[in-house]
Design a binder for this molecule. Structure first.
Ligand code: ADP
Ligand code: ADP
Ligand code: MG
Length: 489
């Protein structure tokens, strides 16, 4: 593979291109009109304009992307995450054009892209699942019966859902009708597929997922877990590896289950099998994401592997260069998604210009970003500015490094999730490891961040005063006894 087109934007486009470059592979960027000057466009060896900013007219234009790839004699397309990454039709069209799709087969994408088809496929392998329906639910009478069987609260989910969208919690039967109607219409408008199903709502689960890698020669391994329980709107904000609760036995059992899930769809490439884990460490299969995951850097750090390099090697037909028992967890890694969102205002997107942008540096700090000072955060796409990742020999060291890195990160012009990240890293529940997906609901209020900011500002002021007084003392030491002003202090 000599030339790769990256069908994405922002931090992930840059991140993929960096590895390609390291491997001596030339890169092609695609971009929308609003991304003309974006770092991913400048970084690439060549770049192709797709169209106007809305993703439907640019980054989702699979046909335009494949045409460009053919014209520029590209031999591989990397889809990143989001956009076309889980689009089986795009993967198929890429292969038909004689270009390698750097990802799994259209068949695997298709099965795992539907949460219901995925459950069906893995059922025969004895993978534990959240109680619920196996078929789409269409009428209220059936829904009522199923909900009564599994017991309230229940969750109505869009089979084609993703990115935390298309989910509704129902507490009692009288709400079921209305919530089902809403769930179906949301699923139609967001995913073009109105199929919904019912799952028991697990009230205090942890979200723990397993990274898998599978080559084209039938060899599948797992790269341990990532804990992603700190979420807002059912979407992750803080992730870490390893999880602070898994025992070696449960880790091995979840790893083996994830490998089976991958094998159930003849998976190839990098993929993620997501589970919910209850307080007794029982785990339940949620879904499989057939692509590189946003939070993959924490896994890279604890395993020492470059997952994009692995994806490319697998796509080239190379066998995995290691066995399961050669993989070891080294230390602890933590990731904060730095979104242009206002944590003080329900995490609503905060768009605008990055008037100041300075990222933290230092050993064991990694920043994957796609913006620079002076750039606007467009309203058209996911408002992720960067991923801030830290590593430590143990969890406490990674957390402390994260707090320092957050304090060194300067972003002005938009609100970000940085203050939220610091709140999480200082919260006793997070520090102790005893938390679940209700973290935000249970502990987070804007007032607490304000208080924390105020205390931090006050401490900083006190420290500055103390240092100032000490310096003044030093400077004035020879004379201060005879100085009447000084005496009074
Ligand atoms: P991850 O699953 O990698 O942790 P997210 O759930 O945050 O990451 O999704 C990453 C990106 O992909 C987001 O921009 C999200 O909106 C998008 N995305 C994920 N799944 C889907 C889907 N089924 N349809 C459309 N967009 C999706
Ligand atoms: P998506 O495709 O949007 O990522 P998931 O099925 O992976 O959807 O669920 C996203 C999040 O929603 C999970 O990480 C978890 O926090 C919550 N969730 C999903 N299913 C359940 C459930 N049955 N009970 C409780 N929480 C759930
Ligand atoms: Mg998910």
């Amino acid at each position: 593979m000599e030339k790769i087109l990256v069908a994405n934007r922002g931090e992930i486009a840059l991140r993929v291109m960096r590895t390609a470059k390291k491997m001596g592979i030339r890169t092609v960027a695609v971009y929308s009109e609003i991304d003309r000057d974006a770092p991913h466009v400048r970084f690439a060896d060549e770049a192709v304009l797709l169209g106007p900013p809305p993703s439907g007219q640019s980054y989702l234009k699979g046909d335009l992307i494949i045409d460009a790839a053919k014209k520029l004699a590209v031999d591989g397309i990397h889809p990143g995450y989001g956009f076309l990454s889980e689009n089986a039709g795009f993967a198929e069209a890429t292969e038909k054009a004689g270009i390698t799709f750097i990802g799994p087969s259209p068949y695997a994408i298709e099965i795992m892209g539907s949460k219901l088809a995925a459950k069906e496929a893995v059922k025969k392998y004895g993978i534990p699942m959240v109680p619920g329906t196996e078929e789409p639910v269409t009428d209220l009478t059936t829904a009522k019966k199923i909900a009564a069987d599994v017991g309230y609260p229940i969750l109505i989910k869009a089979s084609a859902g993703g990115g935390g969208k298309g989910m509704r919690i129902v507490e009692k039967e009288s709400d079921l009708g209305e919530q089902m109607e809403r769930a179906v219409s949301e699923a139609v408008s967001a995913f073009g597929d109105g199929a919904v199903f019912i799952e028991k709502y697990i009230t205090s689960p942890r979200h723990i997922e397993i990274q898998v890698l599978a080559d084209q020669h039938g060899h599948t391994v797992h790269l341990f877990e990532r804990e992603c329980s700190v979420q807002r709107r059912h979407q992750k904000v803080v992730e870490e590896a390893p999880s602070s609760v898994l025992t070696p036995e449960v880790r091995a059992a979840m790893g083996a289950a994830a490998v089976k899930v991958a094998e159930a769809c003849s998976y190839t490439g990098a993929g993620t099998v997501e589970f919910l884990v209850d307080s007794d460490l029982n785990f339940y299969f949620l879904e499989m994401n057939t692509r590189l995951q946003v939070e993959h850097p924490v896994t890279e750090w604890i395993t020492g592997l470059d997952l994009v390099e692995q994806q490319i090697r697998i796509a080239r037909g190379e066998p995995l260069a290691f066995q399961q028992d050669e993989l070891k967890i080294n230390g602890h890694a933590l990731e904060l998604r730095v979104y242009a969102e206002d944590p003080m205002n329900q995490f609503l997107p905060s768009i605008g210009k990055l008037t100041v942008y300075r990222k933290p540096e230092g050993d064991h700090v990694r920043v994957d970003d796609g913006y620079e000072a002076g750039m606007d955060i467009p309203i058209y796409y996911d408002p992720l500015i960067a991923k801030l990742v830290t590593w430590g020999e143990h969890r406490t060291a990674a957390i402390e490094r994260m707090i320092r890195a957050i304090e060194d990160y300067r972003i002005e012009g938009v609100s970000t999730t940085l203050p939220f990240g610091r709140f999480v890293c200082k919260h006793p529940a997070f520090v102790s490891g005893d938390f679940d997906t209700r973290f935000v609901q249970l502990y987070f209020t804007p007032e607490k961040v304000k208080e924390e900011n105020a205390t931090a500002a006050e401490l900083a002021a006190q420290l500055a005063l103390h240092l100032y007084q000490r310096d003044v003392k030093k400077l004035q030491a020879p004379v201060h006894r005879s100085n009447p002003w000084w005496k009074s202090h």
